[in-house]
Design a protein around this ligand. Structure first.
Ligand code: HEM
Length: 454
């Protein structure tokens, strides 16, 4: 018998062979949005169907370029998605459109420049050190998703609202979880496109959690306003000072509240997921882990990583990028259609819904040689240079690309480098988790790994 090296296939979902009926879609979407993506979407550039209105799933890089960039005004964000978010984040940068979006983008983008993000790195370094300390005391099989959520939440609380006296991270964290479990879940009524005034059970349950989150963030902002700054230039200081370079307009307290609230919720969960999936993949792939660990140890030795180490840990970055290919934290986006258009030779009509299943794009048979296998070489510089830019979109693209991408990558690289330099990660005692999406792509049962000091 041939003695082939063992190559584990990272866990995934089995796609349905054909697009689902309305009833099946609603049921599957409540369980796991990834189960709605049919097998054809992993093989064809576009798949279309009808569920009440017509829908299309687009996995073709030129068509994606058209939606995200060349004809972006024709494809506003889907109302169904926005409706889920607005109770918590109002008309913030993420949820607004047209002029309301444009001035907020002009105002917020400079806050997240590479220079400003690098200035926030010491907080990330301190958190990475605390996380390593916790892991070294945490027994042999820690649940790494909980650890990563706690680490990234720590960072965002510290850089967004430093001074915890107005902010109880535990209460806030519990409110976020409740929000995701209630308002954040696609309601059957949303899919059937029933009117807004009909009460959604989730929305009613989630109202309390939104009030809790808003009250805490508002208190922190007000305290900072009165104090006239934190004295160390954090994200909230930058946002309080930010103004539209064209009109000089500044954010009102409500606009500030909604944007800060979005940064906190979106910024920590997504990054924690990227890190947790990366640790699982490295646990399943000892050779890649050894290479990343050697690089991390050579760069930082026993100290925690900082912003300056990013340049000398390119393979760690490749690991994070490859992990977000297989498990993009935002696995699917949706857009409405304003006017008729053509995508991949297919007519697109006003009123259609266009889904952008990033999860299927990243594992597409036409674009990747071994779509379901973990291979950080997919992100070696030569591979990236020769690939169509719109084949890898964990942060979206075009004018609405994630404004926090620099921040997320810096934080992920600092935490992963620090942990790899200190610990070895192996498979844990549980069966492998299944990627499950409601708003983000989470492991269904958490991720317990075997962690031993180096
Ligand atoms: C790994 C971590 C992250 C991932 C995967 C991610 C993903 C995304 C994606 C896919 C979009 C585009 C959505 C669309 O086009 O419909 C987006 C937008 C956005 N993200 Fe992120 N994000 C991450 C981290 C962050 C962080 C750390 C922040 C802020 C602290 C942030 C703030 C935003 C904002 C404000 C937008 C809206 C930008 C606009 O519409 O102009 N994100 N993100």
């Amino acid at each position: 018998m041939l003695n082939r090296p063992f190559k584990p296939i990272p866990p995934t979902v089995a796609p349905p062979p054909r697009p689902l009926s309305l009833f099946q879609t609603v049921r599957a979407a409540r369980r796991n949005v990834l189960e709605v993506i049919p097998a054809l979407a992993f093989r064809r550039p576009i798949v279309s169907g009808r569920l009440g209105a017509r829908w299309h799933m687009v996995q073709d890089p030129d068509a994606l370029r058209r939606i995200f960039l060349d004809n972006v005004d024709n494809y506003p964000k889907s109302e169904v998605m926005l409706r889920m978010l607005r109770p918590a984040v109002g008309n913030s940068l993420f949820t607004s459109d047209g002029e309301s979006w444009r001035w907020q983008r002009r105002t917020v983008a400079p806050v997240f420049t590479q220079r400003n993000v690098a200035a926030l790195a010491p907080v990330m370094t301190a958190t990475a050190e605390r996380t390593a300390q916790r892991l070294s005391r945490g027994g042999t099989h820690p649940e790494v998703l909980a650890e990563m959520l706690s680490a990234t939440f720590d960072v965002i609380c510290d850089v967004a609202l430093s001074g915890r006296e107005h902010f109880d991270a535990k209460v806030y964290g519990a409110a976020i979880t409740r929000y995701f479990e209630t308002v954040g879940k696609a309601s059957i009524l949303d899919f059937l496109q029933l009117p807004d005034w009909m009460p959604r059970p989730g929305a009613v349950l989630g109202r309390g959690s939104v009030r809790t989150m808003h009250a805490m963030v508002a208190r922190a902002i007000e305290a900072r306003r009165r104090a006239g700054g934190s004295g160390r230039d954090d994200l909230l200081d930058y946002m309080l000072k930010a103004c539209d370079p064209e009109s000089g307009r500044r954010m009102t307290p409500t606009e500030l509240l909604h944007n800060m609230q979005f940064f906190i919720v979106a910024g920590h969960e997504t990054t924690a997921l990227a890190l947790s999936w990366a640790l699982l993949l490295l646990a399943l792939h000892p050779a890649a882990q050894a290479r990343a660990r050697d690089e991390a140890r050579a760069a930082v030795g026993d100290r925690p990583a900082g912003a300056e180490d990013a340049a000398v840990t390119p393979y760690v970055r490749q690991v994070i990028e490859e992990s977000m290919r297989l498990y993009p934290p935002v696995g699917m986006l949706a857009r409405n259609v304003r006017e008729s258009d053509t995508l991949c030779g297919r007519d697109i009509w006003p009123g259609d819904t266009v889904f952008l299943p990033i999860f299927a794009l990243h594992r597409h048979e036409m674009w990747w040689t071994a779509p379901d296998a973990f291979d950080p070489e997919n992100f070696a510089p030569e591979a990236v240079q020769t690939r169509h830019r719109f084949l890898y979109l964990p942060f979206g693209a075009g004018p609405r690309v994630c404004v926090g991408a620099n921040f997320a990558m810096m934080q992920a690289q600092i935490i992963l480098t620090t942990l790899l330099a200190r610990f070895r990660f192996g498979p844990g005692p549980d069966p492998l988790p299944v990627p499950t999406m409601s708003m983000t792509v989470r492991p269904d049962r958490g991720i317990r790994l075997t962690v031993t000091p180096n």
